[in-house]
Write a protein that binds this ligand. Structure first.
Ligand SMILES: Cc1ncc(COP(=O)(O)O)c(C=O)c1O
Length: 372
C-alpha cells in the first residue's frame, strides 16, 4: 500500500486526523486546568526574566551547557512539591517517559503496567530492555497474580500507573499499590501529569499517604502548570542514574528558558493557592458534569478530577457530535483509537478555572441545542 492508499484506509475507519486551528470558538478540552497558560502574573514574570537574562533557548543539552541555575531552581521547587530528594526536568512530558522507562528497565527487570497508562509510558517501556506485564485497569487482584507468578524471575520490578488516568479521569488505587509493592519488593512509578495542581500536590497528598522511598514520581509542566516540559522526582541516586542513562535527556536540548520561568511562577501560585484551586476546580467539574448528565450523555459519576469523558462509542458518532457542537460555538475534540480502544470513542471535556460564567452558559446552550 502506498501512503495515499493507507490514508484512504484510515479515513474509511473514521480514524483520520488532521491539524486544525480553532478560531472564534470556546475551547473546552485543553489541559490548562488552572488557566496558567494565560495567567497575567506568569506572563509578566516571564517577560521580566527574559529581559534580564536576554536568552530564550537553552542552546545545548543539559549535560553540555543547557542546564542553568533557573533549571536548578525549578527542579528544587518540584522536589519540594513532591517531597522527594531530587528532580530532573526534561523538555517535554513525552520525552520524560521515553527516557525514564528506557533508563530504568534493563534485561533482568520487569514493568507491571496498568492497561490504560498513557502512550508515552507504553512507548518508553517498549524502548527499554525489560519484560512487561499489563494488568487490567486498576485491578489489584490481577496485578497481584502477575507479580506472584513472575516477580522471582526479575531483579528489579516496577509497578507503573497514571495517578489520574488521562482519558477516564479516575484515580489509581495508590494505597493498594503501596501495600503490594512492599510485599513484592517493587518500585512504584506514578505519572502525575493530570494530578499535579488539580487534586493538590499529587496523589499521595490527596490520599494523605506518605511519599515512600520506593515511589518514583513523573509529572508534566504542560497541564495544570500551563507551560511545557516534564520531570521526575525521586531519591537522589535514582535521579543521578536517570541523568546518566536517559537518552532523551542526554541527547536533547534542555527546556527553553521561557518555559522554565513560566513553570517557576505558576508553581509559586499553585503552592500558595493549593486548596483554593483544588476546591474551585472540583466545584467547576461538578457543574460541568451535571450539564452532561442533564442532557443524558454517558459519563463518570465522580468529580474529583477535571477530566470528564463523554462516552460516545462509535468513532463516527463521536466525530458527528464534535462537529455539531462546533457549529454551536464550542470545541471538544473527539478522542478515538489508538488513544482509547476501538469503538470506545469519547469527547474529552475538561474543567478549567479559566472559563468565565459566560463560557459556561455557552457550553450549556450548545448541549441544549443538540436536542433541536
Ligand atoms: C498521563 C500523561 N503522561 C505524559 C504525557 C505527555 O506529556 P506532554 O504532553 O507534556 O509531552 C501526557 C500528555 O498528554 C499524559 O496525559
Amino acid at each position: 500500500m502506498d501512503f495515499e492508499e493507507e490514508l484512504e484506509y484510515i479515513k474509511s475507519q473514521k480514524l483520520y486526523r488532521k491539524r486544525e486551528t480553532i478560531e472564534n470558538k470556546r475551547i473546552f478540552c485543553s489541559n490548562d486546568y488552572l488557566g496558567m497558560s494565560k495567567n497575567k502574573e506568569v506572563i509578566e514574570y516571564v517577560i521580566e526574566k527574559l529581559r534580564k537574562t536576554n536568552t530564550i533557548g537553552a542552546t545545548a543539552s543539559s549535560l553540555v551547557n543547557g542546564y542553568t541555575k533557573y533549571h536548578k531552581e525549578l527542579e528544587f521547587m518540584l522536589s519540594k512539591l513532591k517531597s522527594k530528594e531530587d528532580c530532573i526536568v526534561f523538555p517535554s512530558g513525552y520525552s520524560t517517559n521515553i527516557g525514564l522507562f528506557q533508563a530504568l528497565g534493563n534485561e533482568e527487570d520487569a514493568f507491571y503496567s496498568d492497561e490504560l497508562n498513557h502512550a508515552s509510558i507504553i512507548d518508553g517501556i517498549r524502548l527499554s530492555k525489560a519484560s512487561k506485564y499489563i494488568y487490567q485497569h486498576n485491578n489489584i487482584n490481577h496485578l497481584f497474580e502477575l507479580l506472584k507468578s513472575s516477580r522471582q524471575k526479575h531483579r528489579r520490578a516496577y509497578i507503573v500507573s497514571d495517578s489520574v488516568f488521562s482519558m477516564e479521569g479516575d484515580l489509581t488505587r495508590l494505597k493498594e499499590l503501596i501495600d503490594i509493592s512492599k510485599e513484592f519488593e517493587a518500585y512504584i512509578v506514578i505519572d502525575e501529569a493530570h494530578a499535579t495542581g488539580t487534586i493538590g500536590k499529587g496523589i499521595y497528598d490527596y490520599f494523605g499517604l506518605l511519599p515512600e522511598e520506593n515511589i518514583i514520581i513523573m509529572g508534566t509542566l504542560s497541564k495544570a502548570i500551563g507551560s511545557q516540559g516534564g520531570f521526575v522526582c525521586a531519591k537522589r541516586s535514582i535521579v543521578e542514574y536517570i541523568v546518566n542513562k536517559a537518552r532523551s535527556y542526554i541527547f536533547s536540548t534542555a527546556l527553553g528558558l521561557p518555559m522554565v520561568f513560566a513553570s517557576i511562577k505558576a508553581l509559586e501560585l499553585i503552592e500558595e493557592n493549593l486548596d483554593k484551586y483544588k476546591d474551585e476546580l472540583k466545584k467547576r467539574t461538578k457543574y460541568m458534569l451535571d450539564i452532561i448528565k442533564e442532557f443524558n450523555f454517558q459519563t463518570k459519576e465522580d468529580f474529583t478530577t477535571p477530566i470528564i469523558p463523554i462516552k460516545v462509542g462509535e468513532e463516527d458518532k463521536a466525530l458527528k457530535l464534535r462537529d455539531k457542537l462546533l457549529e454551536n460555538g464550542i470545541f471538544i475534540q473527539a478522542i478515538r483509537y489508538p488513544t482509547v480502544p476501538k469503538n470506545k470513542a469519547i469527547l474529552r471535556l475538561t474543567a478549567s478555572l479559566s472559563y468565565s460564567s459566560e463560557d459556561l452558559e455557552i457550553l450549556y446552550e450548545a448541549f441544549k441545542s443538540l436536542k433541536n
